[in-house]
Design a protein. Structure first.
Ligand code: MG
Length: 205
C-alpha cells in the first residue's frame, strides 16, 4: 500500500488494527475485478480507506454502506460513544461528515461511493454480483444475521466474504460475528482463508 495512503488510513477514527486493514486492502485489490467491493458499517472511514485503495488499484469501486447513526456501542452513554459525532439538531449520531473527510483525504471520491441506508435496504437496491462483502456493522445477533442474510448471496464466484471481530473465545468478545462466519462455512459454499487478527476471510466457490 502506498505510504501516504497508509498514513491516512492509520490516522482515521475507527476500530481496526493496521494488519487487519492491510489485509482488507489486499483482498479488495484482488476481488474488485469481479464486481464492486461492499463495506457494511463504514463509520468514519478507516476501513473504507484501506478497501478503497485496494479497489482503486484494481480499477474497481467501493460501496460504503452505513446509516451513520452508530451501532449499539456508539450511542450516548455507551462504551464507544464519541461526542464529536453527535448531531444536536437531529439528536442522533452522524458519522457521515467524518467518512467524507476520510474519503477526501485519500482522494477516493471517484472510487468510494457512500450509501446512507440500512444494510438490508441497500441490499434491496444493489442487485449486481459483488466482488467482496466486508461485514463490520452492528454486533447484535440480529444485526449480524441480517447483514449476512442480506449480502452473502450476492458474492460472485471467486469473491470474498470478510467479517470483522471474530472472537473464538467468548470471554474476549461478542459471538455474533463469528456465528455468521460459522454459518457461512457450514453452507459449504465458501473456502476458509487465513484469519488476520480478528478479521476472517472466506472465498466463494
Ligand atoms: Mg469491527
Amino acid at each position: 500500500m502506498d505510504a501516504k495512503m497508509h498514513a491516512i488510513a492509520k490516522s482515521c477514527k475507527g476500530f481496526l488494527e493496521d494488519d487487519e486493514g492491510l489485509r482488507l486492502y489486499e483482498l479488495a485489490r484482488e476481488a474488485a475485478v469481479l464486481g464492486p467491493v461492499v463495506e457494511i458499517g463504514s463509520y468514519c472511514g478507516k476501513s473504507s480507506v484501506y478497501l478503497g485503495c485496494g479497489a482503486r488499484e484494481a480499477g474497481g469501486a467501493l460501496l460504503c454502506i452505513d446509516h451513520h447513526r452508530g451501532s449499539e456501542e456508539h450511542q450516548p452513554g455507551e462504551e464507544y460513544h464519541d461526542p464529536e459525532l453527535f448531531d444536536e439538531h437531529v439528536g442522533l449520531l452522524d458519522s457521515l461528515p467524518e467518512l467524507r473527510r476520510s474519503i477526501a483525504d485519500a482522494g477516493l471520491e471517484d472510487t468510494a461511493v457512500p450509501i446512507v441506508a440500512s444494510s438490508p435496504r441497500a441490499a434491496e437496491i444493489v442487485a449486481t454480483p459483488v466482488g467482496m462483502v466486508f461485514i463490520d456493522g452492528g454486533h447484535s445477533e440480529e444485526a449480524a444475521s441480517t447483514d449476512y442474510e442480506s449480502w452473502s448471496g450476492k458474492i460472485a464466484s471467486g469473491g470474498i466474504l470478510a467479517i470483522h471481530d471474530l472472537f473464538p473465545n467468548p470471554e474476549e468478545g461478542g459471538q455474533a460475528p463469528i456465528n455468521i462466519y460459522r454459518r457461512a462455512l457450514a453452507t459449504e459454499l465458501f473456502d476458509e482463508l487465513p484469519t488476520t487478527g480478528t478479521l476472517g476471510a472466506l472465498r466463494r466457490r
